[in-house]
Design a binder for this molecule. Sequence first.
Ligand SMILES: [Zn+2]
Ligand SMILES: [Zn+2]
Ligand SMILES: [Zn+2]
Ligand SMILES: [Zn+2]
Ligand SMILES: [Zn+2]
Ligand SMILES: [Zn+2]
Length: 370
Amino acid sequence: MKRTMTRLAAAFLAAVLSVTALGVTAFADVQPCKTCAKEGLTFTGFVATTEFQKVSETQCARVYQCNNDHKQLTYNTDGTYRDVSDHAATKNATCTEAAVCGNCGETFGAPLGHQVVTDQAVAATCTKTGLTEGKHCSRCAQVLTAQTEVPKLDHVFDSGKKTNPTCFKEGFTTYTCKVCGTQVITDKVKPMSHWYAEWQPAGQGQNSAPCKRTGCTYTKTTACADWDFKLVPADADKAERFTVCPVCGQLSDGGRLEMVEDVKTTPITAWTPEGDLLFRAGSLENGEKIICVSFEFDARLTQCYGNIKFTVPAELVEGSKVMLLDADGGETELEVESNGKTAAFTLNFNTIEDGHRTPVRMLHLVPVSE
Ligand SMILES: [Zn+2]
Ligand SMILES: [Zn+2]
Ligand SMILES: [Zn+2]
Ligand SMILES: [Zn+2]
Ligand SMILES: [Zn+2]
Ligand SMILES: [Zn+2]
């Protein structure tokens, strides 16, 4: 014990001498405490602590404590720090922060910096939005340059395809994008009304007709329109009553008036009414020839106005006077122009009987006696 004390004291003396004469760099391997020296305390030796102090960006050195509890770094004979070691990272460096040493508790080295990856631009199409070019870090995933959305492009539509309306479905035009095939339907047209073929008697005071539009299978059956007339037969002096349905031609005496084809109408003082012309001719059971003229739409008679010229095949009225028959049996002869092929006469739909207009004109063909 005593020997140890003596040796330490000798070392101390040597150290004090060194301080005065040579300065820090020339210290012997046992470096006395600078604080003890300054304060005139007796230095007996250093003990290694578990603390370290950063001495450079790569290294830290152990801290020693003297017998008077002063802490400092110690030096080797060549002036380098004793007990120097590389920093030991307990927290690795990141893109933006330097590593932290577990020994000295300091950061060391430089942050790693971001690993920049380019995010490719994405072109916009007419179905998808695009993106501008961006950048992000592949290590920390931080977005460095945000990608911004590029609006969708407009569709490039073709010139359109028309779908015609049917009796039940509306018509429309379909425009298709030449790029993506997106379809836009526009220009809608209401469904058409049925367009009936000739009305036929269906019994029990009804008539029916199929729709004649392609693809339509609808057949309408509806009540006949019954019109009463009186007519004085050629060889009689008393009027006889009869009823006709101008729509299907059904006569109350069991006969039927047939449609006459090739009849042309020309409006003279008014427009031709909507709907189809019903120009029916035939004979009553008593032999009298009659013609029933009206217009029909959806099985209903339509009222037309003004004067309409009818041009018919000449043989229909050949050899006859054309008499306009009123509901009470009165007859007025019509002027007929004939060129041998066709005959023409004018009917006035403006006449008012019993306070209202009627949509039906009844003609009586009276043979011309020679
Ligand atoms: Zn000290
Ligand atoms: Zn360290
Ligand atoms: Zn990063
Ligand atoms: Zn498109
Ligand atoms: Zn139809
Ligand atoms: Zn009918």
